[in-house]
Design a protein around this ligand. Structure first.
Ligand SMILES: Nc1ncnc2c1ncn2[C@@H]1O[C@H](COP(=O)(O)OP(=O)(O)O)[C@@H](O)[C@H]1O
Ligand SMILES: [Mg+2]
Length: 321
């Protein structure tokens, strides 16, 4: 099957000299819900704008639904629903009238079905009651919904959504995630950018992780988290001794890496953690006990997507939000 989105060496250098996206090789299989994950400023929006032909790449190639962009944009863009930040809507027109304008601008749809399709799209994003209000008075969440409605005015093979839950309250966030799932279940490929790990974990079959303009991991959720492997977590009365034992077995232990606990456990013990890195956990435990480090807990933990994200991007999520 062809990829729904594929890029090779896609690069964007702005006039300022800043390279916002560097040498990007995206591969989004047809039918995937692909989470394009990265902290703010990592190049997600710039990538999406290049994919949609809104900004020209400095170098590299992009294909949507097997068609080269931007060369084949006239043919391919009607098959793609997009939600990107930007002044797409007229402030003094109502939500419904804005959708009428958007639909009229699409020469490839039947104008006789316009009213019905607009009502269906408004209904689907929960804007029916606010359809006659001016865009100007819409909240950020309502604006996001209207953007989604515009993307849903006709059936789409691919949806490209830039942070669709931005500005939504928890209820709106849940509704948009449900909507994305429904669209995917209907057979659309979804490419959705986000800086929220939970969004990827709840929504996506695939993930690509951006850091400082580069794609640092890509694959199914399982593939990407498996690549980070297993961690060992030891709570011991004598954490230095425990760390020394781990180091003797080829691990690179860190103490006090467990967030709020800051490495200290009850009654003076402390936590030591390390990537297991192929070591035999039974032998590790035996050596720890024999060392007299005072082992109180010994646990193996599968790395989560959050561990991976912090490892790959060198920061917690949302840092620059
Ligand atoms: N039009 C522009 N001119 C110059 N720099 C830009 C422009 N748009 C974005 N950038 C810079 O490119 C980097 C990536 O931005 P962006 O693609 O918006 O990231 P994200 O969507 O992941 O938050 C940022 O450092 C941003 O400041
Ligand atoms: Mg962005």
């Amino acid at each position: 099957m062809t990829a729904a989105v594929a890029t090779q060496g896609l690069t964007k250098r702005f006039r300022s000299g800043q390279v916002a996206v560097r040498d990007l090789d995206l591969h989004v299989p047809a039918g995937a819900v692909y989470g394009f994950l990265g902290p703010n400023g990592s190049g997600k929006t710039t990538t999406i704008r290049m994919l949609l032909g809104l900004v020209a790449p400095t170098s590299g190639d992009a294909e949507l639904l097997g068609e080269a962009m931007p060369a084949r944009r006239a043919g391919v863009l009607p098959r793609v629903g997009a939600l990107v930040e930007g002044p797409a809507f007229h402030p003094y027109l109502s939500g419904r009238d804005n959708l009428r304008r958007a639909d009229a601008a699409d020469r490839t749809v039947d104008p006789r079905t316009s009213a019905a399709r607009i009502d269906a799209a408004l209904e689907r994003v929960g804007l029916s009651a606010a359809a006659t209000k001016r865009y100007r008075v819409y909240s950020l969440g309502m604006r996001q919904r209207l953007g989604l409605a515009a993307a849903l005015l006709r059936p789409r093979e691919l949806l490209v959504l830039d942070e669709p839950t931005n500005g939504l309250d928890p209820q709106g966030t849940r509704e948009v995630r449900t909507l994305v799932r429904e669209l995917a279940a209907d057979g659309a490929t979804v490419f959705v950018s986000t800086h929220l790990l939970a969004e990827v974990e709840q929504l996506c079959s695939h993930v690509g992780v951006m850091s400082a303009g580069q794609l640092v991991a890509q694959g199914t959720l399982a593939q990407v988290t498996a690549a980070t492997g297993t961690r060992v977590r030891v709570e011991a009365r004598d954490p230095r001794r425990a760390a020394a034992v781990l180091a003797e077995h080829g691990l690179s232990p860190a103490t006090g890496t467990t967030g709020a606990a800051a490495g200290s456990a009850a009654d003076g013990g402390a936590v030591v953690e390390a990537e297991l890195a192929g070591a035999d956990p039974e032998r590790l435990l035996a050596a720890l006990v024999a060392s007299g480090a005072g082992v109180r807990q010994f646990a193996l933990q599968r790395a989560t997507l959050e561990d991976l994200f912090v490892t790959l991007t060198g920061e917690g999520f949302d840092v620059r939000a």
